[in-house]
Each structure stands twice: as structure tokens, then as C-alpha cells.
Design a protein around this ligand. Structure first.
Ligand code: AVI
Length: 326
């Protein structure tokens, strides 16, 4: 109950505090990229996808209407579409619609997997009116853990879908681990359509992660806003600058928050020291060549059946199929 000196209770998320303190106590301070996606972070990410510099979403969306009919042609009627990291149905729509007017839907059921329950429920409601014959079975969960498909779709042929180049936010070993889990879930007669950004000149990559309007900077700094609100942190937001770096050897864009001065901040009462120029590493976005991506997929038991790209070779869609024993 508020008292007359204006004290109020603030709820602190202990799990978040532990995650933050563990990353901030390393020699290279880090915070995990999954912390970006609170409500405001999701809003900012949506704005990023519409920026002129951020070619990824636009390019993938232009490829999908051409690629989807080819993928569906090869999919047996009555398949289930399993989408990993599905916060809305925008990209799946291309696969949920029949490829030719005389053909009934290839996809009879849709299993979107995501950590955000509210988004999944809203999606199910929208799909009930836009695709009344489609059976929708959302699964709330982290796709880095094994996923058990609902019994009602267990006998259906399976098509996996992982768009958006989210696979690029995984370390290569994690990407292999994820693809191996998906291979186990989707099974021996499945196909898996994966969207991934391509390695290219840093003069194209860097503006995509450091746009003129400063939306990516706000997205990056929002992680500190979130920790101030939810983890009892006391970051001075003005004292941290956004920086995007191209790491050529690792073939990745890195996002950092750079301390503008020597400073001490606190997270849940614990002091964290920063010297001027020291950074918090917040995200990696790997840009694999097709050869590298195909090798990562091969390590997880997938062969690449077809790869499609746009004329400027900005972005790729890979259709994977399980490797059969030679
Ligand atoms: C979600 N993911 C594919 C985005 C990317 O491009 O790595 C996240 C992002 N970070 C900064 N801008 C967009």
C-alpha cells in the first residue's frame, strides 16, 4: 500500500536479474538478444522491418510468392505446416493458400511455435475467419528445446518453415543444434523451408543495422530501458551509444552498446563498472554464404534440395530435405 512518503513497490524479475548480472560480469560484457523482445522491442523490430535500409524482410517477402507454389507443388495434400518463431501468420500465408485455383489446400493444418502466447492466440482467431478449414494448433515454447507435435497432426506429411533469417541470430553450433531438433520433429519424409540472409558487402549490411532514422539504435537501447523497469537496473540511457560492427572473420554483424564515459551503474543493487568505450555485446547476426549454410544444415542431417535467391543475391530461401543414408 502506498504510504505518505510516496514509497511504492517495484516488482523485480529475479530470473532477468540473474541473466543480466551473469552477462555483465564477463570480460566482454554481454546481454542476450532474446531480451530485445518486450512489447516495445517487438514494436521497434516491426518498424525496423519497414526501414529502407533493412532489405531482409522486403526481399524475403518478394521471394515467397514465387517460391511458395514450387514448394507446395511437391508437398502431399493434407500436409501440416510447422512454423518456428511464428509471431504472426504474414509469411505463412503464402504457403496456406492453394498454389492453383483448382487445387485444394496442400496444407490442412498449421502449427505455429513461439514463446509469446498472446500473439499465438490472436493469430488463431484471425486464421479461424481467413482459413476456416485450416486446423490451427499453436505451441507455446522455445524452439531450442524439443517440440512434440499434437497427436491430431502426427500422421500428416510435414513441411517446416523458419523464415526471417532468425537462424542468423544463432551461433553456428546452436544453428546445427536447432536444425537437428527440427529434423527429429519433422521426420524422415519432411521438407524444411528456411529463410536466411546472405554474406555481402558491409556497405549494404551496416546501414541495415544502423539506420538513418535511429530505429535500430532505439531497439538496441530498449534492452537497457527494459532492465531499468524489470530488473531494478539504473542505466543512464544517454550514456550508451548504439554501434553496429561487421566482423569479417566470423561473417556476422554485431550490435553493441558503447559506454560514452567511465561510469558505474547498478543492477538490483549490484555495481557494474564501465570504462569509456567499453561495450555490451547485445546481438550477432550471421551472414552465411550458401556453401556455409548448406554445410551447417548437412551437419544436422539435412540436404539442400533447392536454393532460391533474388537477382541482387541479398537473401536466400533454402528447401531442405532429410539426408538419407547412402
Ligand atoms: C530477428 N533478426 C533476424 C533480426 C536480424 O536482422 O538479425 C534482428 C535485428 N537486429 C537488428 N535489426 C534486426
Amino acid at each position: 500500500m502506498p504510504n505518505d512518503v510516496g514509497l511504492f513497490a517495484r516488482t523485480i524479475d529475479r530470473g532477468l536479474v540473474d541473466v543480466a548480472l551473469s552477462g555483465l560480469s564477463r570480460r566482454q560484457k554481454t546481454l542476450p538478444a532474446k531480451l530485445f523482445y518486450d512489447e516495445e522491442g517487438c514494436r521497434l523490430f516491426y518498424r525496423i522491418t519497414e526501414l529502407p535500409e533493412y532489405y531482409l524482410t522486403r526481399t524475403e517477402r518478394a521471394l515467397l510468392p514465387q517460391v511458395a507454389p514450387l514448394v507446395l507443388e511437391a508437398a502431399p495434400s493434407g500436409s501440416v505446416l510447422v512454423e518456428y518463431g511464428a509471431s504472426n501468420e504474414g509469411k505463412a500465408e503464402f504457403l496456406l493458400t492453394p498454389c492453383t485455383p483448382d487445387r485444394t489446400e496442400a496444407i490442412a493444418a498449421y502449427v505455429p511455435i513461439d514463446v509469446a502466447m498472446p500473439a499465438l492466440l490472436q493469430m488463431r482467431e484471425r486464421l479461424a475467419s481467413s482459413h476456416p478449414r485450416l486446423a490451427v494448433h499453436p505451441i507455446v515454447g522455445d524452439f531450442m528445446h524439443p517440440v512434440k507435435l499434437p497427436a491430431s497432426v502426427a500422421a500428416m506429411p510435414r513441411l517446416g518453415f523458419f523464415p526471417g533469417s532468425t537462424i542468423g541470430n544463432l551461433e553456428p553450433t546452436e544453428a546445427t543444434q536447432f536444425l537437428a531438433l527440427a529434423r527429429a520433429t519433422l521426420g524422415a519424409r519432411s521438407r524444411f523451408l528456411v529463410g536466411a540472409d546472405l554474406r555481402k558487402d558491409p556497405s549494404v549490411l551496416l546501414p541495415a543495422y544502423d539506420d538513418a532514422a535511429g530505429v535500430t539504435a532505439a531497439f538496441n537501447r530498449n534492452m537497457l530501458v527494459r532492465l531499468n523497469r524489470e530488473a531494478g537496473a539504473e542505466f543512464d540511457l544517454e550514456a550508451f551509444a548504439h554501434r553496429a560492427v561487421w566482423n569479417d572473420q566470423e561473417s556476422r554483424i554485431e550490435m553493441h552498446l558503447v559506454s560514452r564515459k567511465d561510469q558505474v551503474t547498478r543492477v538490483a543493487g549490484q555495481q557494474i563498472h564501465f570504462s569509456r568505450g567499453e561495450t555490451i555485446h547485445t546481438e550477432n547476426s550471421y551472414k552465411h554464404t550458401p556453401e556455409r549454410f548448406i554445410a551447417i544444415a548437412a551437419d544436422a542431417g539435412w540436404d539442400c534440395r533447392t536454393m532460391w535467391t533474388d537477382p541482387a543475391r541479398l537473401f536466400a530461401l533454402y528447401l531442405l530435405e532429410p539426408r538419407t543414408a547412402a
